[in-house]
Ligand binder design. Structure first.
Ligand SMILES: Cc1cc2nc3c(=O)[nH]c(=O)nc-3n(C[C@H](O)[C@H](O)[C@H](O)COP(=O)(O)OP(=O)(O)OC[C@H]3O[C@@H](n4cnc5c(N)ncnc54)[C@H](O)[C@@H]3O)c2cc1C
Length: 378
């Protein structure tokens, strides 16, 4: 992509994603939204097409493409169904710390697992450590050529289905972030269990649950990078993944806008379509302006990543803007659909529920503002 002109490969990928989204993901949305479960067959179909492989390194068998292409794919899939897209995104999120700090064997393991349809999960948050992730209490104590992990992670996306986790734990107490280390933990290790499947407001086609670690032994070769480097690995992971999350939020906003435009042409009030009312036209205009502005930030952030330039501030700005925009635009879409928008028979209220999470996870939008202002004032 140069500016906003897509390459032929990117256009082809977007078209493929749109076909898959419309024909496969969207028809499952209502049923699985009610169930609050991930349609694993559809997830696996997406993996088979290559949708989980975009940024996995080519040297390990991935497609080795750039973040811009990943964002284009994520935005398009999310336009049709953001929950399944989020399940794919959570596996991608779990792969990132491994690609940042893992050994060649760990990288090959992650790529092989993800590309064969296994789900993965990123385990940082704990009941008393959300925004303040460094306050985590999970411990990893050295024993017999490895570590014994104890603790509880919460709200972990993909946890009920994941085959492996990346877990952040304290190897040393009382030295703050320098005491945190990252581990690759296979789900079938003795002592690993998953809690109650959370009954979420939105993004219900991706599942979240606690991950409980009770005397879980992992060998030394499961440590990711050096001891004490876990917090840096987690922050690097989140810095980059925010562009992808922001792209998903833009996809939701676009979907709400597209559906609103069509609805206004057909809904008759006072003898004419509501699209003839300037008050409604201006709402649509604002929705378009806000969605395009959020999209600009997303692809600017992705471009910085792809060119090896500092991207922390722009990714935080993009995630904040796109999350807030998705919330605003979907709320306006419900307003345009009004009574019908409020009913579950129409697909609009789901978009509003889905959008809300984008102001909360991968760092709340308050925390993104902390990141942006911190970068400005440093
Ligand atoms: C559905 C879902 C899926 C998730 N998936 C994952 C996952 O896969 N892996 C994972 O590790 N985590 C995951 N999370 C956790 C998510 O990242 C946290 O919920 C988020 O970071 C906020 O933490 P908290 O919920 O504990 O809120 P808190 O940290 O308790 O924050 C409460 C409020 O205080 C505000 N606040 C806190 N500190 C500050 C500050 N310094 N300045 C300004 N405002 C502040 C927050 O913005 C928020 O409004 C998920 C969460 C949800 C809801």
């Amino acid at each position: 992509m140069s500016g906003f002109v897509l390459t032929k490969d990117q256009r082809d990928l977007k078209r493929l994603a749109a076909e898959f989204g419309k024909q496969v993901m969207l028809p499952a949305a209502k049923e699985y939204d009610l169930l609050g479960e991930t349609p694993l067959e559809i997830y696996k179909q997406a993996v088979e097409i290559g949708f989980a492989s975009v940024t996995l390194p080519a040297e390990y068998g991935g497609l080795g493409l750039d973040m811009t292409t990943q964002c284009l794919l994520t935005e398009e899939l999310s336009r049709w169904e953001a929950g399944i897209t989020n399940a794919l995104g959570a596996s991608s999120l779990a792969s990132k710390p491994i690609m940042i700090a893992g050994s060649p064997a760990q990288k090959q393991y992650a790529v092989d697992m993800i590309q064969s349809g296994h789900l993965a999960a990123f385990g940082l948050t704990e009941p008393d450590a959300g925004s303040d992730a460094a306050a985590l209490k999970t411990t990893a104590v050295r024993r017999d050529g490895g570590y014994v992990l104890n603790g509880r992670k919460c709200f972990i996306t993909n946890a009920p289905y994941a085959s492996f986790f990346v877990i952040f734990a304290k190897t040393q107490k009382n030295i703050g972030t320098h005491g945190i280390t990252a581990f690759l933990v296979e789900a079938d290790r003795p002592g690993v269990s998953v809690g109650r499947h959370e009954d979420k407001m939105g993004l219900r086609l991706s599942a979240a649950a606690d991950v409980i670690l009770e005397n879980v032994f992992v060998p030394e070769e499961n440590r990711l990078g050096e001891e004490g480097k876990g917090f840096v690995i987690a922050m690097k992971t989140l810095d980059a993944s925010r562009a992808e999350v922001a792209a998903a939020a833009v996809g939701i906003a676009q979907s709400a806008l597209d559906q609103s435009v069509e609805y206004t042409k057909n809904r008759i009030c006072f003898g004419k379509p509501i699209s003839k009312l300037q008050a409604v036209q201006f709402m649509l205009a604002d929705m378009e302006i806000q969605t395009q502005a959020a999209r600009s930030l997303v692809y600017h952030a992705a471009e910085l990543i792809d060119n090896g330039l500092p991207y922390g501030l722009m990714c935080a700005a993009a995630k904040c803007m796109a999350g807030d925009t998705a919330m605003k635009v979907t709320t306006d879409a419900v307003q345009i659909f009004s009574g019908y928008g409020y009913m579950r028979d129409y697909p609009i209220e789901k978009l509003m529920r889905d959008a809300k999470l984008f102001q909360i996870f991968e760092g709340t939008n308050q925390i993104q503002r902390v990141v942006v202002s911190g970068a400005l004032l440093r």
